[in-house]
Design a protein around this ligand. Structure first.
Ligand SMILES: NC(=O)c1ccc[n+]([C@@H]2O[C@H](COP(=O)([O-])OP(=O)(O)OC[C@H]3O[C@@H](n4cnc5c(N)ncnc54)[C@H](O)[C@@H]3O)[C@@H](O)[C@H]2O)c1
Ligand SMILES: N[C@H](CO)Cc1c[nH]c[nH+]1
Ligand SMILES: [Zn+2]
Length: 435
């Protein structure tokens, strides 16, 4: 049995606040070189277009191509991918897709309008963006589930053109990823990754069309690149390395909790897994389960690094205090692995997705529960929401005044315009006044 050196904290200790802050402030620990590299790549793609995209794809993903159009996945390659996957895999993708579609259909917002007594009409029109860019991660693992989670809400929103990018390190491209793209209705796919893919989607190149909005998770290079291009294009959020926080009251089998913590740790060395419990003995038992199970994991080294660098076992005084700690962290995924999850839910304010009770493993949400698995990370659940249909739409206000309505509102506008010293504004309203 190998020992696992995971940080233990107690809310009762003097150094709790400071240690917690150090562990959760992943932004502070970003190497400034990452930002430098990302800016360099963005600049190169903006100014040189395809040539820079090809250069970075060759050096970072070890994938050579004569032109960027060679990096677009052909119809034949997509058909081969559909044929190559097993019947059970095809069925699982389709089952997940239909659950994800059903959930996202509920999110479709309606345009609305109301009319005042004098015939004035005011409304809000909801329309999809014209072209969306989906980033599907593919450096350390392939994510067919992320294809479904990104593309299905775009389609439900009514986006006309859905462009997907996914890295193919060493030319390797997952059949499942391609099959998921066909099932979800992606229009075109480029095997591009990292900051160079984000730059191509944001600025456009000779080959890759510029999009209106870029969505999807990725590693630190992707997250930083999205942050940098925001404003030129819309972005959904800065979704970084995965996170899970489990609140446990001791009623769930420790092996189950250990595996739930591993499930997110295995994504990335920078992923974060945290267990919070009022029961010190339970924290010990989960720790023992982790030590027992770690050697059985394929991605044991990534899991170990993630848990030892960023993981925590936190002892609290009560479940209420566990909710407070969780609200401070605002985790991407929160498991309420307690006997009365509904009771505790009332105390939770910030989390990307909340998994209720012992049977609701977070991984069900990763693949097929229905809600989106692209969720705010790094504490941003305080102000952002899961990826959804609304991320692919924008709203316009619609305003219609009758002569009578314009006369009434015009008096107010005129007074306010003159108060602001804006004479043209005032007179524009005054022309339409009725005596
Ligand atoms: N929030 C979610 O919904 C969700 C879903 C799936 C995965 N994830 C997260 O996405 C991330 C996926 O990361 P990944 O690395 O496997 O794939 P990725 O596709 O995000 O990143 C791979 C790309 O990073 C670039 N890159 C790598 N090293 C670089 C360097 N030194 N300099 C410049 N660029 C470099 C390369 O261009 C490569 O194509 C993980 O952190 C995982 O936790 C999140
Ligand atoms: N847990 C990831 C979101 O943080 C999503 C995912 C994809 N595949 C497996 N898990
Ligand atoms: Zn996951």
């Amino acid at each position: 049995m190998s020992s696992l050196d995971i940080t233990r904290l107690d809310t009762g200790s003097a150094e709790f606040d400071q240690k917690l802050h150090q562990k959760i402030a992943w932004d502070d620990s970003i190497d400034p070189k990452v930002q430098e590299t990302v800016r360099e790549i963005l600049d190169a793609v903006r100014t040189e277009g395809d040539a820079a995209v090809l250069r970075y794809t060759a050096s970072l993903d070890r994938l050579d191509a004569a032109s960027v159009s060679d990096l677009q996945v052909s119809r034949e390659r997509l058909d081969r991918a559909l044929d190559a996957i097993g019947a059970d895999e095809r069925e699982a993708l389709e089952h997940a897709a239909s659950r994800i579609r059903a959930y996202h259909e509920k999110q479709r917002p309606e345009s609305w309008q109301y009319e005042e007594a004098d015939g004035t009409r005011l409304g809000q029109r909801v329309l999809p963006v014209d072209r969306a860019g989906l980033y599907v991660p593919g450096g350390k693992a392939a994510y067919p589930s992320s294809v479904l989670m990104n593309a299905i809400p775009a389609r439900v929103a009514g986006v006309s053109e859905v462009v997907m990018v996914v890295p193919a390190p060493d030319g390797e491209l997952s059949d499942l990823v391609l099959a998921a793209a066909v099932i979800a209705g992606v229009d075109r796919i480029y095997t591009l990754g990292g900051a160079q893919a984000i730059a191509a989607l944001a600025y456009g190149t000779e080959t890759v069309p510029a999009v209106d909005k870029i969505v999807g998770p990725g590693n630190i290079f992707v997250a930083m690149a999205k942050r940098e291009v925001f404003g030129i294009v819309g972005i959904d959020m800065v979704a970084g390395p995965s996170e899970i926080l489990v609140v446990g009251d001791g009623t769930t089998d420790p092996d189950w909790i250990a595996m739930d913590l591993f499930s997110q740790a295995e994504h990335d060395e920078q992923a974060q897994s945290i267990l919070v419990s009022p029961d010190a003995d339970y924290l010990d038992r989960v720790h023992q389960s982790m030590e027992k199970l770690l050697p059985t994991m394929e991605r044991a080294e990534i899991i170990r690094r993630s848990l030892e660098d960023r993981g925590m076992l936190i002892k609290v005084a009560s479940l209420s205090e566990a909710a407070d700690v969780s609200n401070r962290i605002a985790p991407e995924h929160l498991e309420l692995s307690v006997a009365d999850p509904d009771g505790l839910l009332a105390e939770i304010r910030h989390a990307g997705a909340i998994f209720m009770g012992s049977y609701t493993a977070e991984v069900l949400g990763d693949y097929c529960a229905g809600p989106n698995h692209v969720l705010p990370t790094g504490g941003t659940a305080r102000f952002s929401s899961p990826l959804g249909v609304y991320d692919f739409q924008k709203r316009s206000s619609v305003i219609y005044f009758t002569g009578e309505g314009a006369s009434q509102a015009g008096r107010t506008a005129s007074v306010l315009a003159r108060g602001e010293g804006l004479t043209a504004h005032a007179r524009s309203a005054e022309y339409r006044l009725r005596s």
